[in-house]
Design a protein around this ligand. Structure first.
Ligand code: FAD
Length: 341
């Protein structure tokens, strides 16, 4: 165990180590002969135990922008901090990403789960994503449509994209900015007034600080589960049985349910297993309440939440977070078998 000397940074605050840390600045080959895990800032990772290989981070932290035609083209290295990027652009008077303020993590990870908040997903703003295949070091550049963005999903989470390392992203932001304020909490706070990117940025920061626990004070990985998508028929049946059901109709006819509302309605806020708990104000966030939560505590809690929601609503919650074991990422069901037995 002496070889596993390096901590794996994660905002949930689980204690886990790896064999070494590497920073890569150019396309290269890794993770072929021993396990390797590309990590940004660990805000969507749950390391369930020590990792038997290298944790690899992107070195490029360059940020630049230039006008092109009617747009701003913003190019950022995978190692940049996401919120810092949004903040610098807003300060420079460039709008288009302000709804995504205060989302923790790196630029390189943002396309992976197509980060989204307050009515905007990053995939809508991506021009291209650049990087390399870690199996052979071959560089790639992919357009937004090649990235197959979906709700908290992209090519980079699929089998054919998991070996791709994102080292640079180009965003295309229209110079003729139009604020996106229809998302209910934002609309309420802005109260129908004409706004600037800075005002939306500030409002998003206020709402997020009120709504979400600060991971530096109370370890967490943001939304633990995705909002489930169900058919319009199932949503109508649930709405008839459950007054106040929070749902959002999607363009494709499906309906997105608010996972936090489902968990809350099951009476699970504050439910604790060992050091892990459902946050007492935001049911979608599982927290490391005393800093002592173990992977077992967290998995047992997540399983209980999933079972209770399933029993009451017939809806299966899927984790948004990524679980890491000794050799690399594993799925939720695999993690339950492996760590709860
Ligand atoms: C308090 C809090 C609030 C949050 N709010 C939101 C929110 O509103 N919306 C939202 O969408 N998410 C949210 N998240 C989740 C998280 O911020 C995002 O998923 C973020 O993009 C993760 O970035 P990271 O650098 O920390 O990635 P990590 O957690 O380090 O990695 C996440 C995944 O991406 C992979 N990865 C990382 N970097 C790269 C790269 N360069 N190339 C290829 N793969 C890579 C990793 O292997 C891993 O599978 C929140 C998290 C927290 C803690």
């Amino acid at each position: 165990m002496s070889q596993l000397a390096f901590p794996i940074a994660n905002t949930f605050g689980l204690a886990a180590r790896c064999r070494q840390h590497l920073r890569v600045a150019a396309p290269c080959r890794f993770g072929v002969d021993e396990p390797a895990l590309v990590v940004g800032e660990g805000s969507n990772l749950i390391p369930l135990c020590d990792f038997a290989g290298s944790v690899v981070q992107l070195a490029d932290q360059q940020l630049s922008w230039q006008p092109q035609g009617d747009d701003w083209l913003v190019t950022a290295g995978g190692g940049c901090n996401w919120h810092q990027l949004v903040s610098e652009l807003v300060t420079a008077g460039i709008g288009g990403l302000e709804n995504l303020a205060l989302i923790p993590g790196s630029v390189g990870a943002a396309p992976v789960q197509n980060i989204g908040a307050y009515g905007l997903e990053v995939g809508e703003r991506i021009d291209w994503v650049e990087g390399f295949d870690r199996r052979d070091g071959q560089p790639f550049r992919l357009s937004a449509s090649d990235c197959r963005f979906g709700y908290r999903d992209s090519l980079f989470k699929q089998a054919d994209g998991q070996a791709l390392v994102i080292s640079r992203v180009q965003l295309r932001l229209p110079q003729a900015w139009q604020g996106r304020t229809s998302y209910a909490p934002l609309a309420r706070l802005l109260d129908g007034k004409a706004v600037t990117p800075q005002q939306i940025f500030d409002a998003v920061c206020v709402i997020r600080r009120q709504k979400l626990p600060d991971w530096q004070q109370l370890g967490n990985a943001g939304s633990f589960f995705k909002n489930p998508l169900v058919s319009a028929e199932q949503a109508a049946q649930l709405a008839a049985a459950e007054p106040g059901l929070v749902s959002f109709a999607q363009g494709d006819g499906s309906v997105k349910l608010a996972a936090g509302w489902l968990i809350d309605r099951c009476g699970l806020k504050g439910l604790a297993v060992g050091g892990a708990a459902v946050h007492s104000e935001q049911a979608l966030v599982l927290v490391n309440r005393s800093g002592t939560a173990t992977a077992r505590d967290l998995l047992q809690l997540a399983l209980t939440v999933r079972e209770r929601v399933q029993a009451r609503f017939g809806v299966t919650l899927e984790p948004e977070v990524r679980f890491i074991a000794e050799q690399g990422e594993i799925g939720f069901d695999q993690a339950l078998v492996r760590f709860l037995g």
